[in-house]
Design a protein around this ligand. Sequence first.
Ligand code: HPA
Length: 290
Amino acid sequence: MTEETWGWNEIEETASHIQRRARRVPSVMIITGSGLGALADDIEEAVSLPYAEIPRFSPTSVLGHAGELVMGQLEGREIAIMRGRVHFYEGYSLPRITFPIRVLHRMGADTLIVTNAAGGLDESFEAGDLMLITDHINLVGMAGFNPLRGPNDERLGPRFPDMSSAYDEGLRVVALSVAQELGIELRQGTYVMAAGPTFETPADVRFLRLIGADAVGMSTVPEVIVARHEGMKVLGISHVSNVIPSTHVPSIDGPNEDEGLHQEVLDSGSRVVPKLSHLIRGIIGRIHEA
Ligand code: HPA
């Protein structure tokens, strides 16, 4: 059976496997992006399961993504953190990438908090900024790659899911209020997914700005689509790890330096973790208000 046809029974089987090992019922699922896995360090009574030991979970091949599911308590809530995610550019299909969301939802999670590293397109952004995702552009989906492509099982969700308010307004209000309370600057904007693994050309960047994107990354959108298909509430936060310049013109001062961009993403991630952890803890503590 290929992952394109993983359905109700496979979800059940994987959910029971995790339940037997972890003996916890999650209410909030968190997916951590590049360099942000340390968010899981705050979990109390933590039980960790490497993806390699969970049926149908995919090991991540990317530096900065640990590859384990950590379950336990945070701010008095039952949390499941995906420490590291898999990406489309690694060669995995979208149903495979998004399978863990269906599993954690089956186990009880009704909210998804998704974080990522993204390149800033909005010229007022600075590296290290946090951006509350208000909406996304599904560029990869518009090109034909949608995790819901194929037969639809109505038990999981509707054939044509509404995406008019994918990022829950109540959760966004809580996030903004917590950020203000903690003195953390929280920008807002639209995220666009590019398939990667190449970073953008200057012409790509002009195009993405033109279509209304504020930050670009290589993840998140498929996960959000599946969470919405399942009826979960979604909150998304991008860590702006680098700001993408408008033009790359040759300079007599030397070549433009791009070779270190992935390292820049990871380094910036480790610097931003304390701020992001603080914010997410605060949000979880007040999630009942959403
Ligand atoms: N482009 C695409 N994805 C990214 C970037 C970027 O500049 N930074 C972090 N993820």
